[in-house]
Ligand binder design. Structure first.
Ligand code: HEC
Length: 298
């Protein structure tokens, strides 16, 4: 357990302020009193969840850890979903990200969570998204935790943690454009972040005042492409794809047909492509994406 020094007390005060702000946003659905999650200096198991970023009382750049059993002791809900991981009905034990955030010593200015997976894939959850779409961390599938995963019938291991969203809980999720990118598995770390700070590279400089089309393209970039591709300097992104942003921008600027086809169906151009297909973007959406990606070239 961490020593609870003055920093921690201050942290709690800030956390209460943040919780109040979150409550005011209507995020706190459950009646359960907030319970703090103990954070540890070092990892004790591969099933620990790592936390970084704006943790009060924790020096910048340092990582803290919570054990699965400690997260399991937070207020949880049972959710029955059909076909989510295995076929048929399955009961999931979950912690809503809004409740997880309440249990963390988030410092002022925290308005987004960045979840990163073991393979470098990453997803962003803003407070607005959390309030509207109610993403949750899955702790158990049919009563079994990650030590017993994958559950029978699933051909990959979604552990140690998986975050998902369900239109059964938040009907709006059915219409969210990039909802599949809000369902990362293999989640190993969560950063408490300030959105404007972590994405300043695509909201400032040549991208400070974009057209409506390019702003839509930026939205696609943040919620889809950036799961695997790092953006221009000063913009958060996953590290799963090793292509620099300039390479993506070169395709977008000089070979639009290749770019559009690659985004929709990578394997149609490169048989061994590892990038997943995005077949549902319209021509207009891809054109908006191109306008955003090439914005600093005009
Ligand atoms: C799941 C991870 C993932 C996502 C999401 C993703 N990519 Fe990729 N992308 C890759 C990987 C990995 C490569 C490297 C080539 C390969 O194996 O497909 C790549 C390659 C590319 C290339 C070709 C570059 C080259 O050098 O051949 C382009 C263009 C590209 N991505 C654009 C995008 C855009 C635009 C989006 C968002 C709509 C996106 N990608 C989303 C993983 C991803």
């Amino acid at each position: 357990m961490l020593a609870r020094g003055a920093g921690f007390v201050l942290g709690n005060a800030l956390m209460r302020t943040l919780s109040a702000a979150i409550a005011a946003l209507g995020l706190l659905a459950g009646p359960g009193a907030a319970r703090a999650l103990d954070l540890h200096d070092s990892r004790s198991s591969p099933f620990d969840l790592a936390f970084t970023g704006r943790l009060s009382g924790v020096p910048a750049g340092q990582t803290r850890y919570a054990a699965w059993s400690e997260i399991r002791a937070l207020p949880t809900s049972k959710v029955t979903l059909n076909g989510e991981f295995t076929s048929g009905d399955q009961v999931l034990t979950v912690v809503f990200l809004g409740d997880l955030l309440k249990a963390l010593p988030a410092s002022a200015g925290t308005d987004a969570l960045l979840a990163t997976c073991g393979d470098g894939y990453a997803s962003v959850y803003t407070l607005d998204f959390i309030a509207q779409y109610r993403p949750f961390l899955v702790l158990e599938i049919n009563g079994k935790g990650p030590k017993d995963w994958p559950p029978p019938g699933l051909d990959y291991n979604p552990g140690p943690y998986v975050i998902t969203v369900s239109s059964a809980l938040a009907p709006a999720a059915a219409k969210y454009r990039d909802i599949e990118h809000k369902k990362p598995w293999g989640v190993a770390a969560i950063e408490l972040a300030n959105y404007a700070e972590r994405y300043r590279g695509i909201y400032t400089g040549p991208r400070a005042s974009l057209s409506a089309a390019a702003r839509d393209g930026r939205d696609i970039w943040v919620n889809s492409c950036a799961c695997c591709h790092a953006g221009p300097p000063g913009s958060f992104g996953g590290t799963k794809a090793d292509r620099p942003f300039q390479v993506i921008a070169a395709y977008a600027g000089y070979d639009r047909p290749f770019f559009m086809k690659y985004v929709r169906k990578p394997k149609s151009l490169v048989p061994c492509a590892k990038m997943e297909p995005h077949p549902d973007y319209s021509d207009a959406e891809l054109s908006n994406l191109i306008e955003f990606i090439t914005a600093d070239e005009r």
